[in-house]
Design a protein around this ligand. Structure first.
Ligand SMILES: [Zn+2]
Length: 525
């Protein structure tokens, strides 16, 4: 302990011993306090000392080194983004600050979703900490990466020995502090897994109090169908004995619009029967994925990239792939509903729809798709959801807010606006403008709900003793400025943001110092 710090502790102890008023590091006075539980706001002050909340209440006598007047502002727990592709960016020198996340009020992200990301969580932790970290990070253990490591891209079940190796890798990730298992059963190679394999691996995560987060096998009618795919998550949660999360829940494409009601019934039914099932959702009508994920049939991806390239060269295989692409274009509502977000070989087409580029080049959109794949692939923003489904799913008390966004260099590509606007958009559009949720309920889906589902100790709530991840915002000024055509826009409305008790945003300006940590799931008794 350094001398000034010792002196401060001494002064504090003397003050408390003498019955005088408490002296805190920070005092946020008189804001409308939302504690994260869903309770309506009340006017209260929040005191911070070190990295923890020292007191919550009216605190009329309290003093602090820094006093913030919260009059007219809301104070809430920092937001938790449970589906984030920001892991790679946060580990890089140029993006470790995570400013597009901080500007949304995000103080913690959960990385390695969809079964992707590194297997070695210890090494990932070191990379995340190398350049400092603007936000806290919780890691998931990625099923798809583990399968690729052990079984490769083969479309088959693992042998007994292979399954044991996969279980061992899941166990190692959980031992390293992982918060659960993620899978992407829609994507290759996750799609080659049977349910039993996932149950066996989820059981390992369950031993460490982990969750199971699933990008489900089918969000439309690609294979088993949307409802059966949600049933699969319920079965895994029940048989493995852990919380199951249907991540970025949606009804994808015109063929399944309106199915949200059926999903709610399935999940409610499972919950009534004692199965712990949740969902998360981003508040946008478009999803985002790779051109391969959205449009290329899975059989064509078996055995890896070279096999895919070989199939593209073979005229009859290429024709068969084209048939699959045609079907998938229809599933997603046509080429006019697919916007190219990133295509490194030709950035000039970024931001345009597949339909528009196909017309420019006088080719059929299905052929353009295969050409782009051949040229190195592309990512897409896919306009495939209906507002009524979004609202139905958003209103459920078990639906968490999550972005499915990531971090990218400002100005690179035309990414999905959820990278910059998810949390403020939900507050601006669905709370303030349209009243789909109350502010207290929306904040709950961003704070205490994800913290309790994922077992993040002492986060997601504003109470004495919790970590001081704290957001202070001006409801009238909350704005998601990112749009589909111009997404590289930071959000507005955040006035102050604390990460582990330290200011990350002060009067709307970013602080240079970074205060995030890599969290560990606490599972030992
Ligand atoms: Zn996903």
């Amino acid at each position: 302990m350094n001398l000034p710090r010792m002196a401060a502790v001494l002064v504090l102890s003397l003050a408390v011993a003498g019955g005088a008023q408490a002296q805190y590091d920070v005092l946020i006075r008189g804001a409308r306090l939302l504690d994260g539980s869903g309770n309506p706001w009340r006017v209260a002050s929040v005191a911070i000392t070190g990295d923890r909340i020292a007191a919550v209440g009216l605190l009329p006598e309290a003093t602090a080194r820094r006093v913030i007047d919260g009059t007219g502002l809301y104070v809430a727990p920092g937001f938790i983004d449970t589906h984030s592709h920001a892991g790679g960016g946060l580990a890089s020198a140029s993006l470790s600050h995570g400013r597009p996340l901080l500007a949304q009020g995000i103080t913690t992200v959960v990385v390695n979703p969809d079964g992707g990301g590194p297997i070695d969580l210890v090494a990932q932790r070191a990379r995340l900490l190398e350049h400092g970290l603007g936000v806290n990070v919780a890691q998931l253990v990625p099923h798809g990466s583990i399968r690729r490591e052990v079984v490769g891209m083969a479309d088959r079940a693992p042998t007994v020995a292979e399954l044991n190796r996969m279980k061992d890798l899941v166990g190692r990730g959980m031992e390293a502090g992982g918060f659960g298992l993620s899978s992407g059963l829609y994507y290759a190679p996750g799609s080659y897994s049977e349910t039993e394999e996932v149950i066996a691996l989820a059981k390992v995560a369950a031993r460490y109090s982990g969750v199971y987060q699933s990008h489900i096998r089918d969000e439309a009618d690609y294979n088993v169908g949307l409802v059966v795919a949600v049933d699969e998550v319920i079965r895994i949660a029940r048989e493995a004995g852990l919380p199951g999360i249907v991540t970025h829940i949606k009804a994808l494409g015109p063929r399944v619009w309106g199915f949200s009601e059926a999903l709610v019934r399935r999940i409610e039914g499972a919950r009534a029967a004692g199965v712990s099932v949740f969902a998360d959702q981003y508040p946008y009508e478009a999803s985002g994925t790779s051109i391969g994920g959205a449009l290329i049939p899975r059989w064509a991806q078996a055995d890896g990239r070279q096999a895919l390239r070989d199939r593209l060269r073979d005229p009859s295989e290429r024709a068969r792939m084209r048939e699959g692409v045609l079907e998938n274009l229809d599933r997603r509502g046509g080429a006019g509903r697919l916007q190219i977000s990133r295509h490194a070989p030709d950035p000039a087409i970024e931001g345009k729809t597949l339909q528009a580029v196909a017309e420019e080049r006088s080719v059929h959109p299905a052929d353009l798709t295969l050409q782009l794949l051949d040229a190195g692939g592309a990512t897409l923003v896919s306009f495939n959801m209906e507002e009524a489904d979004i609202r139905t799913l958003m209103r459920q008390p078990w639906t968490i807010t999550a972005s499915d966004g990531g971090l990218t260099e400002m100005g690179r590509g035309v990414p999905h606006p959820r990278y910059y606007g998810t949390f403020p958009r939900k507050i601006r559009k669905y709370v303030r403008d349209e009243g789909v949720l109350s502010l207290a309920d929306a904040v709950r889906t961003m704070t205490s709900l994800p913290a309790s589902v994922f077992g993040m100790a002492d986060r997601g709530v504003l109470r004495e003793g919790a970590f001081a991840d704290v957001v202070v915002f001006d409801l009238e000024r909350v704005a998601d400025n990112a749009t589909y055509s111009d997404p590289h826009q930071l959000a507005d409305g955040l006035v102050y943001l604390f990460v582990n008790g330290r200011l990350a945003i002060d009067e709307g300006e970013f602080e240079a110092a970074l205060h995030g940590r890599v969290l560990r799931r606490q599972w030992k008794n």
